[in-house]
Design a protein around this ligand. Structure first.
Ligand code: GDP
Ligand code: MN
Length: 388
């Protein structure tokens, strides 16, 4: 689950990580009043579940309350598209106003769970401000990575190593050390999968000040992070992905592509996407219905897939182990009727009651193409897409 910047700031303040004074507003008038109260130059920032806001016009340095009010009236209620959102963007409902900090140097600092090493890693760079992906591309030698044991934690020598590599001035070494330590505590105690501070700045007086932060909490930790999960903002999520989550379906909408993929198991889903791409088409989504599949779940999965107007073909690739292929087929036929679905459906099904499942599908009025195996499914996909 993603948090907004203002929520991340509040959370980190509980770990003695302090950001410049800030306040959230959701109307141009509120923003005007906040800036008046601050009585200083400010930065006004769109609160969306995405980074890259600066480049997308979601961050504005304002000298006066009138400037800030004008910016607020232009941006509240609009959708912002960034490098990290899909083409529909995300809606701006709140703005964060912060006091302006003068910047001498921008640093990048984050902790993530690295899937390759299966553990936490601290990433730092003296080239803060821009995307880490860009730094990695343009000056990979400027990225410092320090892995650490989640139980033993970061060792003092590791923090010194980061401090030295970043060239932190002597005067700020103590406060940088504390910040890293606190960030590390916050990461472990909140079950984060990502905490990113970018930029972390040195101001003219060489104070260490975090200006932006992004936190991602492990969805599987909801049972013990109840207060944090109350911060969930469903308006920032793709509505179909939210609906899928409620049904325990793993659904990821992809930006291009016209093939809806109904699959069980993440491995099979990945293989299905590869095969779809090989056929010359592109998956419109990733939908994994999981192992213990009942009819209702299949029906909901079908409804979610076909609600995407970009879907022109459906590829169903299922292995009925615990699940039963006949029930899956019934689910597909019922949901297709209910949604008046008339587009081609390519089906590859193996396992329990697959023969009964195929009969149910063949006896329906749907445009069904039965594949013998996944390779055959790709060929069928190629031929139906060439026909249309
Ligand atoms: P992001 O683009 O979503 O990562 O949003 P940020 O909050 O990081 O803001 C983008 C950029 O705006 C930063 O990299 C800074 O260069 C600039 N910025 C943000 N806050 C301040 C500030 O207080 N003072 C100054 N001078 N620049 C700021
Ligand atoms: Mn940033």
């Amino acid at each position: 689950m993603n948090l907004h910047e203002y929520q991340s700031r509040d959370l980190l303040s509980q770990y003695s990580i302090n950001f410049p004074k800030g306040e959230v507003g959701s109307s141009p008038n509120e923003i005007y009043e906040i800036v008046k109260k601050f009585n200083s130059e400010v930065v006004v920032k769109a609160q969306i579940h995405s980074g890259g806001r600066g480049k997308a016009g979601g961050v504005k340095l304002c000298k006066t309350a009138n400037d800030a009010q004008k910016f607020a009236s232009e941006i509240i209620g609009k959708r912002i598209i960034t490098d990290q959102t899909d083409s529909g963007g995300v809606i701006v409902e709140k703005l964060l106003v912060t006091e302006l900090t003068n910047i001498k140097k921008e640093i990048y600092l984050s902790i993530i769970i690295d899937p390759d090493i299966e553990g936490p890693v601290m990433i730092a760079s003296s080239e803060g401000g821009m995307d880490i992906e860009k730094i990695a591309e343009e000056s990979p030698e400027k990225i410092i990575k320090v892995t650490f044991d989640p139980i033993l934690g970061l060792k003092p020598y590791q923090i010194r190593q980061i401090t030295h590599s970043l060239g932190i001035p002597k005067k700020s070494v103590g406060s940088f050390y504390n910040l890293v330590k606190n960030l590390h505590n916050a990461f472990l105690e909140t079950d984060s999968t990502l905490i990113e501070i970018n930029p972390l700045v040195l101001d003219e007086e060489e104070n260490i000040i975090p200006l932006d932060c992004k936190i991602n909490i492990d969805d599987d930790s909801q049972f013990r992070q109840k207060t944090i999960f109350e911060l969930r903002d469903k308006n920032q999520e793709n509505p179909m992905e939210t609906r899928a989550k409620d049904f325990n379906l793993a659904y990821v909408k992809l930006d291009k592509g016209n093939v809806g993929c109904l699959v069980n198991g993440a491995g099979l889903a990945m293989a299905t996407m590869d095969v779809t791409t090989k056929s010359g088409c592109f998956p419109a989504n990733f939908l994994d219905v999981g192992g213990s599949t009942d009819k209702d779940k299949i029906k909901e999965a079908f409804r979610i897939l076909v609600s995407d107007k970009k879907v022109e073909y459906l590829l169903i690739n299922l292995f009925a182990g615990i699940a039963r292929a006949d029930l899956i087929a019934e689910g597909v036929v019922e949901a297709a009727k209910e949604t008046s679905f008339g587009l081609p459906i390519i089906v590859c099904m193996k396992g329990t009651n697959a023969d009964i499942g195929f009969k149910i599908l063949n006896d329906s009025n749907l445009d069904i193409h039965i594949a013998k195996n996944l390779g055959h499914a790709a060929e069928l996909l190629t031929s139906v897409s060439n026909e249309n």
